[in-house]
Design a protein around this ligand. Structure first.
Ligand code: IPM
Ligand code: MG
Length: 352
């Protein structure tokens, strides 16, 4: 079993080190770990945020564990050289189109939510975000209009097969949960969304056991804070999914707790090839201080074991260890506590 570890920028290396301790503790037989440079760190070393050799390592792996990328010092580079291109490039080059972003309330953390505890306690949502299309990957540029004004544009589109394949992932996920799927779009304004909605409705014919609903994204943003308990699985496009998943994280209590999986179609000997990362960023303001909460990173490792290595039991053990640490009050600064990166890693390992 080959796992590629791409730590990246900012707090990436610190939180990756804790996930690695957890992985080591499992003592999996036949495990091969490979490292690679991504993001601003890779740009400094190789002149590119996603060097060829990193991509080759990614392709050779059964799964990728990804820390975070983003570096304020790189904000003025041309867009194709910015750290974020590492993650976008990997998602696209590896065909990782299905992003699973679970947001579930951890018992005992209800008071940390930005919502009232009785509202927050209801949260158990899986956001299925499309990851290879939409305005993220359309033609984009800055141009000067005839009258001399500068204009920026980004082309938004979805082809029907792109919508269909993510819809299937979402319907199947709903079948394995409470059987409810809410498709989020902006079909009252956008043609891209109208096609999205049409294709989701067509796909629904194959899943009579799933209760399908549709919601405009503005309403969905409101409903996520008004009554998040109404949602089971949400399926949405790349841009809306990016925004709603950050919002969902605050409903749960902290972005430092949310893991994600990016999956494609390729099957390996052990499961589905995928890339796993916390949904938070590189947090340059606290990088190198040992303050970052590694829980989202550790929970991403759990998702990797589940989806890519077929090790459900190990995944569940890690998730229980994290939940146990939280229940016992091991809280990072993001949750109003004082526990540092290493201490949180220790606490999770002890419970494991
Ligand atoms: C995320 C991030 C990325 C995205 C950035 C870093 C490109 O915000 O994974 O949610 O927009 O997809
Ligand atoms: Mg995001």
């Amino acid at each position: 079993m080959k796992i590629a570890l791409f730590a990246g920028d900012g707090i990436g290396p610190e939180i990756m080190a804790q996930a690695r301790r957890v992985l080591d503790a499992l003592g999996l037989p036949g495990l091969e770990l490979m490292e690679g440079d991504v993001g601003g760190a890779a740009y400094r070393k190789h002149g590119h945020p996603l060097p060829e050799e990193t991509l080759a390592t990614a392709r050779a792996a059964d799964a990728i564990l990804f820390g975070a990328v983003g570096d304020p010092d790189c904000d003025n580079l041309e867009r194709h050289l910015r750290p974020e291109q590492a993650i976008l490039g990997l998602r696209s080059a590896l065909g990782l189109f299905a992003n699973l972003r679970p947001a579930t309330m951890f018992p005992g953390l209800e008071d940390m939510s930005a919502l009232r505890a009785e509202v927050a306690s209801q949260i158990d949502i899986l956001i299925v975000r499309e990851l290879n299309g939409d305005v993220y990957f359309g033609e984009k540029a800055m141009r000067t209009l005839e009258d001399g004004r500068r204009q920026g544009y980004d082309f938004m589109s979805y082809a029907e097969d792109e919508v269909r394949r993510i819809a299937h992932v979402a319907f199947r996920a709903a079948q394995g949960r409470k059987g409810k799927l809410c498709s989020v779009d902006k079909a009252n304004v956008l043609e891209t969304s109208q096609l999205w909605r049409d294709v989701v409705i067509e796909t629904a014919a194959e899943y009579p056991d799933v209760e399908l609903s549709h919601m405009y994204v503005d309403n969905a943003a409101m409903q996520l804070v008004r009554a998040p308990g109404q949602f089971d699985v949400i399926v949405t496009g790349n841009l809306f999914g990016d925004i709603l998943s950050d919002q969902a994280s605050m409903c749960v209590g902290s972005i430092g707790l949310l893991a994600s999986a990016a999956l494609g179609e390729r099957q390996t000997e052990y499961g589905t090839f995928g890339m796993y990362e916390p949904i938070h960023g590189s947090a340059p303001d606290i990088a190198g201080q040992g303050k970052a909460n590694p829980m989202a990173m550790i929970l991403s490792l759990a998702m990797l074991l589940r989806h890519s290595l077929g090790r459900e039991e190990d995944a569940a053990r890690i998730e229980a260890a994290v939940a146990g640490a939280l229940e016992d009050g091991v809280l990072g600064g993001d949750l109003g506590g004082t526990a540092g990166t290493q201490e949180i890693g220790d606490a999770v390992l002890a419970r494991l």
